[in-house]
Design a protein around this ligand. Structure first.
Ligand code: SF4
Length: 321
């Protein structure tokens, strides 16, 4: 359900901005940076409603006085403190990913500069940790800016709205994401949905104790290696409960969650009933010679948010999650 943006914007940093804007008219560019900054703050510090609900349900499912229940209680406390104090849900604020859905005629180059400015400010304010380093030297510029970071993806649509979605993807869960090339003889996984099922389960088993579960899986069947990975991660923008449009994949999504939660891996790999909260699967065309299955594993700290921007004022109009 879409909520009014004002519900989440009544925090101190934005109040300060609002005071300034009352005395001095703010330009659309400055407003865009303020709105992007607020989007980053909410993404980093407030658990989306659908994920929060699923985590609470999982907390209720774990047996009391077990390590799994203890882990779920800590996660729950963490979520409450992060929201109250407007502090990051996890010290690893991850790879910063944006998807910008825009109408025809939208200028991407200037908007990229505004995103960079917002990311730098968010880093200074502590909504984002200094997380992005030079891959060759290890040097940290302290800005979260550099080649490939943040990851900004533009999509032109036929509507008139400007919609910005973002995700903070932690390093630990990214490390346990995987890609398989079917057939996989070691797993007896052929080029069919049963083979897909086998490799997804293999990825979840290999992720146990790592990746900070309970996790969520974004899966892509097909595509080339690069698009397959990207499309798998993009599935994590779906709302909890949003099933695939393909009946066979709906069955597989449901089966994967049920099977994973019987593996006994549990929260943080401590044992228990909740290994996976959700599984989103989609498919892309592939070459007859290739059959890739990509699995993007997201940790409990499931930070994704989105908002519709007013294209004239650049104020936030509606939250998407
Ligand atoms: S995997 Fe997720 S919960 Fe674990 S440290 Fe990284 S961001 Fe935090």
């Amino acid at each position: 359900m879409v909520k009014k943006a004002t519900k989440k914007t009544a925090k101190k940093p934005i109040k300060k901005t609002a005071k300034k804007t009352a005395s001095k008219k703010i330009s659309p560019n400055d407003q865009a940076v303020a709105s992007l900054l607020e989007l980053i703050r909410i993404t980093s510090t407030v658990m989306p409603v659908d994920v929060d609900r699923a985590l609470k349900k999982a907390q209720g499912v774990e047996e009391k006085n077990t390590t799994a229940s203890y882990a779920m209680d800590i996660i729950s406390d963490n979520i409450a403190i992060a929201k109250t104090k407007s502090q990051p849900l996890c010290q690893d604020t991850g790879t910063v990913i944006f998807y910008v859905y825009h109408p025809a005629g939208f200028h991407q180059i200037p908007f990229t500069k505004l995103i960079h400015k917002a990311v730098m400010t968010a880093t200074k304010k502590g909504y984002l940790r200094h997380n992005s380093v030079d891959s060759l030297t290890g040097e940290n510029a302290g800005t979260n800016l550099g080649p490939g970071h943040p990851s900004i993806n533009y999509v032109e649509h036929t509507g008139k709205t400007l919609e910005v979605k973002m995700m903070l993807k932690g390093g630990g869960c990214e490390n346990v994401s995987a890609q398989y090339s079917l057939p996989d003889t070691g797993l007896s996984a052929g080029r069919d949905l049963d083979g897909v099922r086998k490799v997804i389960l293999d990825a979840v088993i290999k992720a146990q104790g790592k990746g900070c579960g309970p996790g969520v899986l974004g899966v892509c069947v097909g595509g080339d290696r690069a698009d397959s990975h990207k499309h798998a991660k993009k599935q994590l923008f779906r709302k909890f409960g949003e099933r695939s449009k393909n009946k066979e994949l709906v069955k597989l999504e449901t089966e994967i969650v049920e099977t994973c939660n019987k593996l006994g891996i549990g929260p943080m790999g401590f044992g228990g009933k909740t290994t996976i909260l959700e599984c989103f699967i989609d498919h892309l065309n592939r070459l007859p010679a290739s059959f890739f299955v990509s699995i993007s594993y997201m940790c409990w700290s499931y930070r994704r948010q989105g908002a519709i921007f007013d294209t004239k004022t650049m104020k936030l109009k509606k939250w998407l999650y």
